[in-house]
Design a protein around this ligand. Structure first.
Ligand code: SAM
Length: 296
């Protein structure tokens, strides 16, 4: 008898499907917040799914986690205190702690089952959660930013899509509270979905961020395991520009090892495709063209 022909399938907006060949299930559980599964795929390593939506795969997670972290940490002049909202797999924290200037990372993840499953079955992604600079809080990021008396240089919103417990992470009140705990040079990065499929979510997110940030930008990256491949992050700040305040030599001299992020990728990520510019032109602030940007 042939071995079972097993595939994992994610459908998006009931019109697109993404499938990956599966060898076996490593973890499957129902938390108070979502179904949590980790499968071993044939060609993409271990893969985490929350409620059947692909979160990370070992094969490509470095792209997302390098781009959410090294962009703001290379623009802020001296990043020391970072807040991660969500990020249960630990990949974002792994990239943040590569920066020697970091003294403290607080990660607020609502679902302990995600953290424990990734600790056991995706150690290549979650291993830095053990870093002594990291404080893991199992809790709601919405409540945390509303009640903490700490301030942060960078806040990374590494959330699921705006459904279930993640929905309030796209609300105006949440962004107002994030702006209130950022330091003067503070930067907020938000998971900003697909420029192809999620224009409505992007424009609502940017409209909710607008009152609290002088600067709003979007940058893109490629994601092998997300619908449509092209994905994005929002960059919100009051003072710093992601291009003119970016010193490429700092990250070059840092010795930080990456597999996707480079200073050139940093700059080009903010050069948006024409259709994205046209969609969001009245929501985003202007940036200098590349020839006037930082690359010396
Ligand atoms: N880093 C991954 C990636 O590459 O896309 C995906 C993001 S991570 C798995 C998203 C996390 O956000 C989930 O583990 C989910 O439990 C968490 N989350 C959702 N709503 C939250 C909330 N209100 N507060 C804290 N964490 C939340």
């Amino acid at each position: 008898m042939n071995a079972l022909d097993l595939w994992i399938k994610e459908t998006h907006q009931d019109s697109v499907a993404l499938s990956f060949k599966v060898e076996n299930t490593l973890f499957s559980g129902k938390s108070p917040f979502q179904q949590v599964d980790i499968v071993k795929t044939r060609d993409h390593g271990a893969m985490l799914l929350n409620d059947g939506i692909i979160m990370v795969s070992e094969r490509d997670e470095f792209v997302y986690h390098e781009m959410i972290s090294h962009v703001p940490l290379s623009v802020h002049p001296a990043p020391s205190r970072v807040l991660v909202i969500g990020g249960g797999d630990g990949g974002t924290v792994r990239e943040v702690v590569k920066h020697d200037s970091i003294s403290r990372v607080v990660m607020v993840e609502i679902d302990e089952m995600v953290v424990n499953a990734c600790r056991e079955h995706m150690p290549s992604v979650s291993h830095a959660l053990k870093d002594p600079r990291v404080e893991l809080i199992i809790g709601d990021g919405v409540k945390y930013v509303a009640t903490t008396d700490e301030t942060f240089d960078v806040v990374l919103i590494d959330s699921t899509d705006p459904i279930g417990p993640a929905a309030p992470l796209f609300d105006r009140q949440f962004y107002q509270n994030v702006a209130g705990i950022l330091t003067e040079d503070g930067i907020m990065i938000s998971q900003a979905e697909s420029p192809f499929y999620d224009f409505k979510i992007q424009s609502a997110m940017l409209a909710n961020q607008r009152p609290f940030f002088n600067r709003l930008h979007l940058y893109t990256f490629t994601n092998l395991t997300y619908p449509g491949g092209l994905w994005s992050f929002g960059f919100g700040a009051n003072a710093l520009c992601p291009l003119t305040d970016f010193d490429p030599n700092r990250i070059r001299a840092s010795g930080i090892q990456t597999r996707y992020y480079t200073p050139e990728i940093h700059a080009s990520a903010f050069m948006l495709p024409k259709f994205v510019q046209e969609n969001l032109s009245d929501m985003l602030d202007p940036l200098p063209s590349l020839d006037k940007a930082f690359i010396k």
